[in-house]
Ligand binder design. Sequence first.
Ligand code: PLP
Length: 395
Amino acid sequence: MSVVKSKPSLDGFYGEFGGAFVPEMLYANVTQLQQQYVEIIAEPSFQKELNDLLRHFVGRPTPLYFASNTSRLLNTNIYFKREDLCHTGAHKINNALGQILLAERLGKTRIIAETGAGQHGVATATACALRGLECIVYMGEKDIQRQAPNVARMRMLGATVVPATSGSKTLKDATNEAIRDWITNAENTHYIIGSVVGPHPYPDLVTKFQKIIGEEIEQQLLTQTGTALPTHVIACVGGGSNAAGAFYNFIEQPSVQLISVEAGGEGVHSGKSAATTQLGTVGVLHGSKSLVMQTADGQVIEPHSISAGLDYPGIGPLHAYLYKTERASFYNVTDVEAIEAAFATTKTEGIIPALETAHALAILSKLTWKPSDVVVVCFSGRGDKDLATYMPFLK
Ligand SMILES: *Cc1c(COP(=O)(O)O)cnc(C)c1O
């Protein structure tokens, strides 16, 4: 078996997946990013500025919490990597701050972003407020309705929230609008993509800003248990940034099992699902070659998930590669199972998870564990934004 690598090739490919398929109008911006990103983020002054912000503004390192009640119920060892305790409530801020510092060094003054659940929009608006930059966030009209608290937060932070009204009016459509804006304003604008998707270098760039999650897991496990490597790392996958961050350090450690959980929606074969690896075929979406939910003639199929952050018909090229090479195991969880897991975890552990995170949590009771297993769940975000979705299920 060939070795599964965590880094892409120089032109941004993970096996057959990745690359940069962009319109000519974006060629200069994407090339500039490709040529400069590695060097800029390796600069000691960049690293110092970012690390100071992550520590004092975001609150890193986030705790690695031994979930004793869940562990007892499942007769194993479950740890939550508490990204829900990051400032703004999810892992997205790690990437948003990194990209803001990068945009400043590239001389860009205007920031655009797409958002699904609104967490990336809030993180980007927060970073822009901090650094005094103009911020425009594209968001599907349907997501604007189901994630109202985050829309209010973005506006209060000074961002302009622009509704995307085409297609399913969700994340894919917001991404299309953001790309259209970037083409029109390429000169002064940096597009902060919120996940490990998009043309090279974004998948690698965003992974580099999220890999701190896995680095901290390794250090914290070593301190807390005497062993740095878990047996399993579990994460939900929308585009795949919290999973990429949690997995990265362990991809080349074959003893660590990587478990990815996609949104099954109303069931993989119900016609209302977002389980991209199960339903997708090889295609190009938003600038990179990956697995895409599409018709035989390449039209994107509208995805469905109760969770806005997982409601996306693609998956980052790194994850398509981890799927194809079988380095990660892929599962999917339905809307109902995610809701049940959210209520169960809240009652058992006293932590209200984001709906996205609830997908990762739902897999815990579906798989079997050994008493000696050390299972880390990337607890990607907190559930405050999802209360309106949870309330009708309150018994
Ligand atoms: C955005 C989001 C996700 C999904 O995005 P990834 O890029 O797949 O991580 C998962 N959890 C939360 C809390 C989110 O906000």
